[in-house]
Design a protein around this ligand. Sequence first.
Ligand code: ADP
Ligand code: MG
Length: 758
Amino acid sequence: MSQNFLKKPISELINISKPHAFALDRLRIKTVFDLLYHFPVRYGDAFKAIYIRDVEADLPVVLYGEIQEIKVEQSFKTKMMIVETVLRDDTGSIKLSWYNQIYISKMFKEGDIVKISGITKENKGRFSIVNPIIEKTKADPLNQGINLFGQKEEVLFQPIYRESKNISSKYIHTLIEKIFLNPEFKNINDNIPKDVLKKYSLPSLHDAMIYIHSPKKEQHVEIAKKRFAFEEIFYIQLKNAFRKKEASQSLSYSFVGLEDALENFKSHLDFDLTSAQENAIHAIIGDFKKTHPMSRLLEGDVGSGKTAVAAAASYAIVSSRIKSMREMDQKNSRLQVAYMAPTEILAKQHYESFTKLFARLPINIGLLTGSGCKKFPSKSSLLTNKTGTDISKNQMLKWIASGDISIVIGTHALIQKSVVFRDLAFVIIDEQHRFGTKQRQKLANKHLVDEEMKDRLKKKDTLRVNKKSYIDNKNDYKGEKIIQTPHLLSMTATPIPRTLALTIYGDLDLSIVDQMPTGRKPIITEIISEEKRKIMYENVRKELEQGRQVYVICARIEDPDPDLMSKLNVKSVMEEAERLRKNDFKEYKIATLHSKMKTIEKDKVMKDFLDKKIDILVATSVIEVGVNVPNATNIIIEGSDRFGLSQIHQLRGRVIRSNDQAYCYLCTASMNVKTMERLKALKNAKNGFELAEIDLKMRGAGLLYGDKQWGLSDIGMEAIRNIKMVEAARTVANELVEGGLSAELQRVVEDEGDVHME
Ligand code: ADP
Ligand code: MG
């Protein structure tokens, strides 16, 4: 019953005019839940403590002073009782009156020091406040001087909400107070078990709602925020724990011959794996031997060689045999791997890396993107066509469905319904934070082809589906249908603080590649003030003369409007390119790259840069993700103080792709001590994870790669700063899932909410 209360449309409970309903809609407030979770953005600024001297008409104010003689009179016209007095401070006096609140004359007396809050009125040049809130105060502002009137010290806790056209903060608060008066609100259901609330001293949902919307003191807001932060993290952890349990109960492929395959792969590599890579591979192989599907996150700085780890694991899968009752059937067909990357550039690059790594191994590799498909090895000859041949999408789909292509690398195109695998055993997702949970799950669930889809495919004959393969896939075993879920490897180079990782990746096991391939020289990072710019350009010129290439990244310009922000960023890229063309690097080829360009244009620029047709690439931070141009060894980051440290770290990872000395120049016009301290961390920090922690400490959680990237609210992001809270939420969630969930909590975990969004 109380669960339903939260889901009720507000219009069912309160009379709402059309324009108001429309405006609420725009704020996405429909249900009681939406309204109650529309938290104030701040408190109190509406009522500011000032001196009486500074009073103006129609101003919400807080005043301190001594009250003078109190009089009680009856109004001539209305017969109402009126209490009147004058408030005086060092700077002046103002008339106060109360209608029908005769008790005021009994509670207060002349000489009391009080705090008054209300809205000022003016009549013929004289100010007054009608029906102000009056409180006795111990503090004597007359003796405490100006401090007490500082901005923050004394304000009323007036909640202030995000407004929209036709709808004021005050109106929203009125609606909320009406909900509070609804009898059902009293019995509002709290999904967090009582003993958990007690253990962590958190208020009930009912109390927290009152505290956050109508606080009587600052502490109320704090307590409420703590509860809502816990609640948010707790729900996420609950979903994580639930997913993890489900995974541990579902079946996967398990294999024989993994180790032999791995040794074979290694013998074909022209470098030695780092021990961090070895460790990661062994953890993965260990998971492959289990009977439930792997869910593992591979975290490692840019350039640490995650692709080779993915390739080794892929090879082990496609060349080993399944350990199952189907072993006999499987003699001639290999299991399949799907590898999804967030951009076409990246997908192509992985495909090319794979074709190199597998050049001497008999494995078919396919590339599937929106703009075309390729297959390796090509039919003609290994020698004439190193990266395979272009094939039609239809042909590609057929070969994926028949199992002829073992490793399919692609973009989002992989999750389209038309892509049907014969035997998908392993799913790899690169730069996984760029995908939503749903997209990841879609790929992971590729083995579950719905019946209707199969029928349609058969009718249209766009795909020749081998009927047996589906039956195989849902293995008929002693009359029981067995569904085998593919193993999942997610990869990310985005270093995030431990608390955030525990929250958003809580359902994954973790492997960290914290070691660079040997031979890499540490990057030289310099902070460049305006005076040093000339010297920097001279250094860069020397590198260009040696045939090296350069990235110039332009400052991120923040604007509340994302569209405008992107326009401004593009403009700064264009202007900087123009400036460099005219002044400092006249004789070099300079091109631009930014997010407003079409994919084909972007790909063309990246290809030209890779082919050395471009010397200097001026870009927004679009190049952040994974692009590999080993000859580009210099990166200039303009306005570097505007980026997060971990983002700069990502950017500078672009230039440590070879054994040549790499340089990163951090240009900044700000000589602010804090800025310098932050940027210096980039010279000293050991790895990206350390920088992420520094970012969290110095700039706050909301600034970790821009606001909404992780899909947490501001309150949730604040919780990320508190390791104890995150761990508590995790522990409780795990315990509850282990012990079996209540119907309410079951509903929470089955709710379709997506944690990651970008
Ligand atoms: P990332 O972790 O950023 O995805 P990549 O997998 O793209 O890194 O690897 C970066 C480069 O390092 C590639 O050119 C790759 O061939 C090379 N590489 C990977 N592992 C090693 C290694 N153990 N020794 C030498 N080079 C390696
Ligand atoms: Mg990579």
